[in-house]
Design a protein around this ligand. Structure first.
Ligand SMILES: Nc1ncnc2c1ncn2[C@@H]1O[C@H](COP(=O)(O)OP(=O)(O)O)[C@@H](O)[C@H]1O
Ligand SMILES: Cc1ncc(COP(=O)(O)O)c(N)n1
Length: 278
């Protein structure tokens, strides 16, 4: 690759009109971490910080055409999936991106509680996409929905890793009685799960956190020498968590919207330091 050329990382996700989650979170995270972002849109949501008002699923043929356009032209180093919306699109993504450096964030429910993928979508993830992914990043609720049963986060991580991919069951601050630490559980097929702990931040501006984390993980995997090796995987997850924590820290005092505000995707720029623009 010629000097200065960034790695290409692909987002396959839905849009969020409020600019907090989905495609917006992915592309801004890729840019912040020095990757060129390509994007395949699977759904258009009418969404703000308080909820999701409407979802338009992009037809399978159009998602397939977008995937073909990107894959036939660009050297995609890694990809991540967010909201896929329908079982047909989950299967399509498994066919086109399976076996690559692929991070699957199985988006089923938004921070606001809106359902973005039903039981049929959850089944398609388990049957088709997780077995061909490099890493899956469900939160504990999504992991339970995928397995159809509840259990402790480390058990959920182990059970999902049995499908053949590495799994990070992410945990927000609610998992800690004191609310001071977050524990993400990393499980690799055939290995006992490992607890990865980092400080918890008190904030209501966390819309888009899971998208930011999985996008940062895809960039780290794009650069990893051995993306399936335990050491590189653990380092990539730690990098993604630290990027996410820094982003949550930057947005913690923001006052945007009436609901759970966006996590910061931007890096402060010297010429854009006036925080009071309205
Ligand atoms: N309040 C918080 N403080 C610090 N880290 C957080 C906080 N909330 C989530 N995280 C971290 O952000 C990443 C994404 O997790 P999570 O919020 O569980 O995703 P999702 O949006 O899918 O529920 C994980 O590494 C998790 O530990
Ligand atoms: C289009 C789209 N993709 C993903 C999410 C999940 O993000 P969050 O869990 O922060 O609501 C979302 N709300 N909208």
């Amino acid at each position: 690759m010629s000097s200065g050329t960034p790695p290409v990382v692909l987002s396959v996700a839905g849009t969020d009109s409020g600019g907090a989650a989905g495609t917006a979170a992915d592309l801004t995270t890729f840019a912040a971490l020095g990757a060129h972002g390509a994007c395949v849109v699977t759904a258009v949501t009418a969404q703000d910080t308080t909820g999701v008002r409407d979802v338009h699923a992009v037809p399978r043929a159009s998602v397939a055409a977008q995937l073909d356009a990107v894959l036939e032209d660009l050297p995609v180093a890694a990809a991540k999936t967010g909201m896929l919306g329908t079982p047909e699109v989950v299967r399509l993504v498994a066919e086109r991106l399976g076996g690559r450096r692929l991070v699957v964030d199985p988006v089923l429910v938004a921070t606001s509680g809106a359902v973005l993928g039903g039981a049929d979508v959850a089944r398609a993830y388990v049957e088709h996409l997780l077995p061909v992914a490099a890493v899956a990043t469900p939160n504990a609720d999504e992991a339970a929905a995928l397995l159809g049963r509840d259990a402790a986060p480390h058990d959920l991580a182990s059970a999902l890793a049995d499908l053949g991919c590495a799994v990070v069951v992410t945990g927000g601050p609610d998992g800690d009685p004191a609310g001071e630490a977050c524990t993400d559980w990393l499980a690799l097929p055939g290995h006992p799960p490992t607890a990865l702990r980092h400080p918890a931040l008190r904030t209501t501006n966390d819309h888009g956190t899971g998208c930011t984390f999985s996008a940062a993980l895809a960039v780290a995997l794009a650069r990893a020498p051995d993306p399936r090796g335990p050491a590189d995987l653990e380092a990539a997850v730690a990098e993604a968590a630290s990027h996410t924590l820094a982003a949550l820290h930057r947005s913690r005092c923001w006052d945007l919207g009436r609901g759970r505000g966006p996590i910061a995707h931007t890096f402060p720029h010297p010429t854009a330091s006036r925080g009071d623009l309205r």
